[in-house]
Every structure is written in C-alpha cells, then in structure tokens.
Design a binder for this molecule. Structure first.
Ligand code: ZN
Length: 213
C-alpha cells in the first residue's frame, strides 16, 4: 500500500473509530521525496477518495491536488520539519482527550504499557489559535520525547512512523484519557512504578523514534 492509500485509510478509520467528528481532524504522510500528502479541508471522510488528497512541500507549497489542504497543515508541517524520523502526523478531536485539552491537564501514563506506544505523559502545548503557524510551533515543541501532545482548548496531535501506527497511538491516548477520567472519579489512578514507565519510554524511543538514548 502506498502512502496516499495509507493516509486515506487512516482518515476514514479515524472517523469510524470516533477519534474525530464531522470533517474535523486531518491525516498526513511523508513521501520519499520529503513532500507530504495530506487530507483536504471541509470534505466528509465518507466521500473522500485518493484524488482529493493534496501534496505539499515542507514549506506548504502545493505540489499536486485540486482541493485546498487542511487548514491545520501548519501543525503537520512543523512536526515533519522538526522530526526527520517521523512518517505521519494525525490531528484529531477525540472526546475524552479533548476534555483534558480544555481543562489544560496532561494525560498521565497511568495505564500499564501506555508509555510503550506514546513515550510517557501526554503534555498540553501552549494555546495558539487554530490555523496559525504558532500552533504548529507550540505543538512540535512538545514532541521530543512523546508521540502525542494536547492542543490547549482544541484537540490533539500525534506523530509516528506511518499512518496506521500513528492512528493506533491516537486510539491508545483516547482510551487512556477515558480511563484516567473514570479512575479520578474513583479516587485517582495509583501511579505506576517510575522504573516501569522509564523502561517503557526507552522501548518507545527505540521502536518509534529510531533511538534509545
Ligand atoms: Zn482541530
């Protein structure tokens, strides 16, 4: 499957798994030539075909496509420019993670093995208006050690090696947000041993970011 097909499939799966609503959110993948293929703005995921995807260079110049690229392309491009090792970016609006984003609370690595897929606690980046380059810079700045960051009062951004793994990670984060929300109603999650999350973070770096530090 080529990158275009992977992006389209992840975009449709993002909607069907409830990780976004309506036409919100967007999915992209890096091509071999360091260009990026991204979903268009304001088109339903059910209707979307390969022909609707847009190819951009890393500065945002349109290389191919007849639609306008997602209005949140700045978040995607900032991540690709900062992290050479990543092959996909997904911006989503999952319900529970967005609750944390609105409360501006990080999602702790409270579920066993969470840190393997995400790297550790999901931070909240500083607020910037959607569609601005500043939002991209704020989000990319949080992703040195983890694969997902919350966009304050908005949603989340997830980076990974390919669209499939990146969407999987977004699902892990959303489920953890729901679990932590519920665990807090029961008195709060008991922290995992620090060493466990440290070791899992090492596995994350090795598996998904190409180094173990
Ligand atoms: Zn958004």
């Amino acid at each position: 499957m080529g990158v275009h097909e992977e992006v389209l499939r992840a975009a449709k799966d993002m909607l069907s798994r409830g990780l976004t609503a309506g036409t919100s959110g967007n999915v992209s993948g890096r091509l071999d030539n360091d260009q990026v293929v991204i979903t268009p703005s304001s088109l339903s995921y059910e209707e979307m075909t390969l022909d609707d995807l847009v190819v951009l260079d890393l500065d945002g110049k349109v290389i191919d496509g007849h639609r306008s690229a997602s209005s949140e392309k700045g978040v995607h491009l900032a991540c690709y420019r900062k992290y050479d090792e990543i092959g996909s970016v997904i911006h989503s609006h999952p319900l529970y993670a967005t609750m944390f984003a609105c409360a501006r609370l990080p999602i702790p690595a409270a579920v066993d093995e969470f840190a393997i897929y995400v790297g550790g606690e999901v931070p909240v980046c500083e607020y910037a208006m959607s569609g601005t380059d500043q939002l991209g810079d704020n989000a990319a700045a949080m992703l040195d050690d983890v694969g997902t960051a919350l966009l304050a009062s908005h949603g989340m951004v997830t980076i990974g090696p390919n669209p499939d793994r990146t969407l999987h990670q977004a699902g892990v984060v959303e489920r953890a947000a729901q679990v932590v929300w519920g665990a807090r109603a029961l008195g709060g999650p008991v922290p995992l041993p620090e060493k466990v999350n440290r070791d899992f973070a090492g596995v994350y770096k090795l598996m998904f970011r190409g180094n173990s530090e």
